[in-house]
Design a protein around this ligand. Structure first.
Ligand SMILES: Cc1cc2nc3c(=O)[nH]c(=O)nc-3n(C[C@H](O)[C@H](O)[C@H](O)COP(=O)(O)O)c2cc1C
Length: 338
């Protein structure tokens, strides 16, 4: 019997299989089904900063309006309930998720400013979340904002959230930073308990008939895993934070590769959205079969075995591999792929 147990964010997990933030983790009933299919933890869908700040902006406006005339202000207070609705709904979603399952439940906050996050992080902790994932999806569209400023703000944000809450904090990153190792080190110093690599970049499509741009979300493909493996393998051993893979995990082999690169857990969403929740049990069965066939006793034993530190030729992760990769491609291969 192989030992699949792992630790992530200081939590003991029965396996490295985590269901990432997505509509799959929205309802307690589905979370129960995910647990039965083998999920070791789930990340809830994100609550977005806009939901938090819009609500508090509107509240501030009304309260300020109220102070202009005290008698009137009293009548504004009941509306506080409305503004709190989105936040309260999220807190109750955490509570319902927690009572529906016995696996850890991670909440997820998406935002870019401390304003939206810090206050609510505490409430998330009080609602019973086992950990908090900060989904840092944002796009730099302002030319005067340098990459150094963006990264500094992100690091500060993490520091502030860490100071505001006692539950572990994971940071879900986009791959689009100039120096991922440097940012990872800064986040590590700021106290991030885990780095989740990587958010996918959603690009809108052009609608030629209506001359418009429209949002487009396609599910991931297994090829997307390679980018994650690459960076986890490079960071493994250099940061204290746990590493998690999200993006392109579709099979037991993908989980094995993630762990061998150095990840504590491998998260999946697209594979289950496209093939159904029962696919999670197939991923686990695949994982166990492979480990038994190759005489591995535990997940722990294989962690980091294909990281940059462990492989005999680390140039596979570095520039040296660039030339090798290009020259390894033959015209015969090209015609077979056409
Ligand atoms: C429909 C859908 C909704 C998602 N919603 C969120 C979200 O609210 N917060 C978040 O951090 N990630 C969200 N994600 C991203 C996933 O958590 C995951 O990181 C990404 O899909 C890559 O993993 P995959 O290849 O297993 O799908 C969503 C993904 C999908 C497909």
């Amino acid at each position: 019997m192989v030992d699949l147990s792992t630790a992530y964010l200081g939590l003991k997990l029965k396996s490295p299989l985590v269901v990432s933030s997505s509509p799959l983790t929205e309802s307690p009933e589905t979370i129960q089904r995910l647990e039965e299919a083998g999920a070791a933890a789930v990340v809830l869908p994100s609550i977005f900063e806009e939901q938090l700040t819009l609500e508090s902006d509107a509240l501030d406006r009304d309260l300020n309006r109220g102070t202009e005339s005290f008698a009137e202000s009293l009548s504004y207070f009941p509306e506080y309930e409305d503004y709190r609705q989105g936040q309260d709904a999220y807190l109750s979603q955490i509570q319902r998720a927690k009572s529906a399952c016995s696996i850890p439940v991670l909440a997820s906050l998406n935002g870019v400013t401390a304003r939206g996050w810090v206050r609510f992080a505490k409430e998330i902790e009080q609602a019973g979340a086992d950990a908090l994932e900060l989904n840092t999806y944002s796009l730099a569209t302002n030319a005067s904002e340098t990459s150094a400023i963006i990264e500094k703000e992100l690091v500060q944000l993490v520091r502030q959230v860490k100071a505001a809450t006692e539950i572990p904090v994971a940071v879900k990153l986009s791959p689009q930073y100039t120096s991922i190792p440097n940012l990872a080190m800064e986040l590590d110093h700021a106290g991030a308990d885990a780095l989740v690599l990587f958010n996918r970049f959603y690009q809108p499509d052009f609608d030629l008939e209506n001359l418009d741009v429209s949002p487009k979300l396609t599910l991931s493909r297994p090829e997307e895993l390679l980018l994650r493996l690459h960076w986890v393998a490079i960071l493994y051993g250099d940061v204290h934070a746990d590493l998690a893979v999200t993006g392109g995990v579709h099979s037991g082999q993908d989980v094995l590769k993630s762990v061998m690169a150095g990840a504590q857990v491998a998260m999946t969403a697209s594979s289950l959205l496209s093939r159904g929740i029962s696919h999670l049990a197939a991923i686990q069965a695949d994982l166990v079969r492979w480990m038994e066939e190759h005489e591995y006793e535990s997940i722990r034993q294989m962690r980091g075995s294909l990281s940059r530190r462990a492989v005999p030729d680390p140039s596979a992760f570095e520039r040296g591999n660039y030339i090798k990769t290009l020259s390894s491609f033959t015209l015969r291969q090209a015609s077979s792929q056409a």
